[in-house]
Write a protein that binds this ligand. Structure first.
Ligand code: GDP
Ligand code: ZN
Length: 464
């Protein structure tokens, strides 16, 4: 399929137990025979596929042993890339893996581009495009729920659903095209009412998937959250309480450095990306210092506001105007310092002011109330309606690209429905149905262009 063999260091560089150099392509057997001397007998041609072999990596020019390794041998086509694949499991530390990589390059392989192994898997039919993207999501998953969604997609959950929806369009398209191609023939009439019902049913599923894109996005990327409130209400204390609450250290958002402007928090499985934590940490009281204008900028980029109030005193006029400036934005109001009081006097006024907000009493000092905050957020993330039963609970749209395709398909089908109702000629309806069919195919990659593929695989890391 490809005539070149690619190589990459597949593990993170640096000290570690093992470091893996991975190669894939037509010359894998040749390269392994040239630079690997097994402790026991055999060559790639005599070994069974998917076996491990102890041995030395040898520099052919001077016979020098570079490292003692385990070589994993996987014979195509039942491999990740569908080609012959070998992995050199070297001792960790960057020197051995770099030396092995250099030897493999000297044997004629070339360095793999980002995502190239996965791209070969896709082109070899081993994974479809949505599954290939899920590989990336599995690597970058932020929480257990995010991982579960990514693994579900990797196993083909989204792809199956899309394929099933496309399959339902097919008989309608076939019928219309027969009517166009053979107008003279005595074809059985298309049952218009039934067809409209069927299209509407497919469209309803699309709408439900689109609705779930918000949740999917949150699960994949975290919920962009701003902590707001007047000075001394306890914003910094809340940030610290949230940081203490999380048990696991979570990795950075890919592509961004940890610049202290954003902090990623796993609040009992709910991924929060807190914006402007630098302000909370160093300058303290960002609202006062950075001014309303700057605050509005942060807010414009956020999905959620955590508004902190001091429960031990009445709602202030400044707080009223702050709340009003948030408008309809998703908001949770935290009644902080609840360890000092047993109720909040202004609760009713608050509810009238922000009917859309959840109100959670809390103590940043003791951590009391954080469980309820997590519960409230979980309910918001997984906001589901009665149609939910239609789609599996663990199927979420996590990518804008997928969402865009679904929206377009939805539009095409709505147009087709209208056309059927108005008795439009089959030639025109066919165009819309074909449109829906094709944009849905972009999700799984059946109809994806080379540009789109380039763009998707460019975001992968090298060695994947
Ligand atoms: P910020 O200015 O909004 O960041 O507020 P801080 O987090 O700096 O807190 C202001 C003051 O309130 C500090 O003295 C905190 O110890 C105190 N404080 C914060 N949260 C609580 C709480 O839940 N209960 C009590 N009793 N005091 C708190
Ligand atoms: Zn503060």
């Amino acid at each position: 399929m490809y005539n070149d063999t690619i190589v990459a260091i597949a593990t993170a560089l640096g000290a570690g137990g093992i470091g893996i150099v991975r190669i894939s392509g037509p010359d894998v057997r040749l390269i392994v025979s040239q630079i690997f001397r097994p402790r026991y007998a055999g060559t790639p041609d005599t070994w069974a596929s998917h076996t491990l072999h102890l041995g030395g990596v040898i520099r052919p020019s001077d016979g020098q042993v570079i490292d003692e390794i385990l070589l994993a041998w996987m014979k195509g086509p039942r491999t990740y890339t569908t080609e012959d694949v070998a992995e050199f499991h070297c001792h960790g530390g960057s020197v051995a893996v770099r030396e092995v990589m250099a030897l493999v390059l000297a044997c004629g392989a070339r360095p793999a581009e980002p995502g190239e192994f996965t791209r070969r898997a896709f082109l070899g039919g081993r994974l479809d495009l949505a599954q290939a993207e899920a590989v990336l999501d599995v690597i970058n998953a932020k929480t257990k729920d995010g991982l579960a969604v990514a693994v579900g997609q990797l196993r083909g959950k989204l792809s199956e659903r899309i394929t099933a929806l496309r399959a339902r369009l097919l008989p309608i398209m076939a019928h219309l095209e027969a009517m166009i191609d053979f107008p003279e023939e005595d074809l059985p009439d298309l049952d218009i009412a039934q067809t409209i019902t069927e299209l509407a049913a497919v469209r309803k599923e699309l709408v439900e998937l689109i609705r779930r894109a918000d949740t999917g996005q949150v699960l994949r990327e975290g919920w962009k959250t701003v902590i707001a409130g007047l000075p001394n209400v306890g914003k910094s204390s809340l940030l610290n309480a949230l940081l203490n609450e999380q048990r696991a250290i979570v990795t950075d958002i890919p592509g961004t450095t940890r610049d202290a402007i954003e902090e990623f928090i796993d609040l009992q499985g709910i991924p929060l990306r807190l914006v402007d934590t630098a302000g909370l940490r160093e300058t303290d009281d960002p609202i006062e210092q950075i001014g309303v204008e700057k605050t509005q900028q942060y807010l414009a980029n956020s999905d959620l506001v955590l508004l902190v109030l001091d429960a031990s005193r009445p709602l202030l006029p400044e707080e009223r105007s702050l709340i009003e400036s948030f408008g309809e934005r998703p908001m949770v109001v935290l009644l902080n310092k609840f360890d000092l009081v047993d109720h909040y006097d202004d609760e009713q006024r608050l509810r009238d002011l922000v009917p859309q907000a959840d109100i959670v009493p809390l103590s940043a000092r003791t951590g009391w109330g954080l469980d309820q905050l997590a519960e409230v957020l979980r309910r918001r993330v997984f906001a589901l309606n009665e149609d939910t039963a239609m789609v599996e609970r663990d199927l979420w749209i996590t990518r804008l690209r997928h969402r865009d395709s679904l929206v377009k398909a939805q539009d095409f089908l709505a147009q087709a429905e209208r056309d059927f109702r108005q008795g439009t000629a089959p030639d025109f309806i066919t165009i819309d149905l074909r449109g829906a069919w094709e944009v849905l195919g972009e999700i799984t990659g059946e109809t994806a262009s080379t540009d789109l593929l380039d763009q998707i695989f460019a975001s992968f890391c090298i060695g994947k």
